[in-house]
Design a protein around this ligand. Structure first.
Ligand SMILES: NC(=O)C1=CN([C@@H]2O[C@H](COP(=O)(O)OP(=O)(O)OC[C@H]3O[C@@H](n4cnc5c(N)ncnc54)[C@H](O)[C@@H]3O)[C@@H](O)[C@H]2O)C=CC1
Ligand SMILES: CC(=O)C(=O)O
Length: 374
């Protein structure tokens, strides 16, 4: 199979979908790798690094998309890339389709086989291709929040760790999964007071055990969210229901109760966002806006700002699946690997992931049924 890696074109997206180690794995398995010139530069991989491992460099995105059997990407295709969609193409990338009706429609119309990193799921519920980027984004959420709490950045001028004789800042995290846990680690490391809310009581127990009472856990319901949000200096949105549009848990009224100069970092923005006052996705080049006196940060590709770490962490987990698809062919790979099959969001013009279909009000067709057609 020919595997193509175009340069990412989202704002300040400096990650790339392959490293020299990934090329080695694909070529060793008998495949060919084509890469758009300069695709790895943002992550510190030159064209020469790639050719030294046997990849072929092509001059334009169009050549890569048109010659590849499978495209490996990091972020969802942007509208200027939809023209490359075609019926026999396999697309393996983050998709986050629930808030993306136009992209979903384009994938359906062109019958692209679209496999989303973020919904590949093991039998135990783990999301192995989302986890490393959630670790990055959770850790970043606190350092970004701390930065925007500084007065010159528009914040209220609170140092999260406080100093002797002055109370530390209050960090409230909604969602105690990978993002939430990693945010908690960083916030506790800085010396902040941390509260985590989750709907899963077992998760709250695990967090209580893991952090030995150094943070407070709270059941996520509208009363507890309202009480916690009111006192937060830094509020982090970190909820996920796989595939589904994020639930809007923090209302505009709750945001109005926050003190001026507080900061919200909604990491769940890639699934549509969990805060009512977040009405737009922001970018690394213009990351915040102020509403009701509160600084809002809603960047959907946070790990793109630390690409060296993120590219390596991401490709460590994506490449084994790419090798499996390339070596077995799509149909055999999907029928032999249930976790991978859960990653299929669109196949043969149908939405095969129920939560995506429901979020977009589109018909859901089970994967087995569509597989029988192809
Ligand atoms: N903006 C960005 O650049 C990035 C965004 N993300 C996103 O961050 C979000 C969180 O990801 P993970 O932590 O990996 O997910 P996860 O599945 O590990 O954790 C999500 C947690 O949310 C909890 N939850 C669900 N409904 C809830 C509710 N109503 N109230 C409180 N908690 C609730 C779940 O019980 C679970 O513990 C996802 O949308 C993910 O795509 C991840 C990486 C980068
Ligand atoms: C998870 C995701 O969408 C990202 O890392 O950008």
């Amino acid at each position: 199979m020919i595997i193509g890696v175009p340069k990412e074109i989202k704002n300040n997206e400096n990650r790339v979908a392959i490293t020299p180690a990934g090329i080695d794995a694909l070529i060793k398995a008998g495949h060919e790798v084509i890469i758009e010139t300069g695709a790895g530069n943002g992550s510190g991989f030159t064209d020469e690094d790639y050719t030294a491992h046997g990849a072929r460099i092509l001059g334009t995105a169009a050549e890569v998309w048109n010659q590849a059997d499978m495209i490996l990407k990091v972020k969802e295709p942007l509208p200027s890339e939809y023209e490359y969609f075609r019926e026999d193409l396999i697309l393996f990338t983050y998709l986050h389709l629930a808030p993306e009706p136009e992209l979903t429609k384009a994938l359906m119309e062109k019958k692209v086989a679209a496999i989303a990193y973020e919904t590949i799921q093991l039998d135990n519920g783990a999301l192995p291709l989302l986890t490393p980027m959630s670790e990055v984004a959770g850790r970043m959420a606190v350092q970004i929040g701390a930065q925007f709490l500084e007065k010159p950045k528009g914040g209220k001028g609170v140092l999260l760790g406080g100093v002797p004789g002055v109370l530390p800042g209050e960090v409230v995290i909604i969602g105690g999964g990978t993002v939430g846990t990693n945010a908690a680690k960083m916030a506790l490391g800085l010396g902040a007071n941390v509260t985590i809310l989750d709907v899963n009581p077992d998760r709250l127990r695990q967090l209580d055990d893991q952090f030995g009472g150094r943070l407070r856990t709270l059941m996520s319901n509208s009363y507890n969210i309202a009480q916690s949000v009111k006192k937060a200096d830094l509020l982090i949105g970190a909820v996920l229901i796989p595939g589904r549009r994020a639930p809007r848990l923090v209302t505009e009224e709750m945001v109005k109760e926050m003190s001026p100069g507080s900061v919200i970092v909604d990491v769940a923005i890639d699934q549509g966002g969990s805060i009512e006052t977040i009405d737009r996705v922001t970018t690394h080049s213009d990351p915040t806006y102020v509403k009701h006196g509160v600084v809002h940060y809603a960047v959907a590709n946070m790990p793109g700002a630390v690409p060296r770490t993120s590219t390596i962490a991401l490709t460590n987990v994506t490449i084994p699946y790419a090798v499996e698809i390339a070596s077995k062919g799509l149909k055999k790979a999907l029928s032999e690997n249930k976790a991978l099959a859960r990653g299929v969001n669109v196949l043969n013009g149908r939405v095969t992931y129920q939560a995506v279909a429901e979020s977009l009000n589109l018909p859901y067709v089970p994967l087995d049924q569509v597989m029988a057609e192809i």
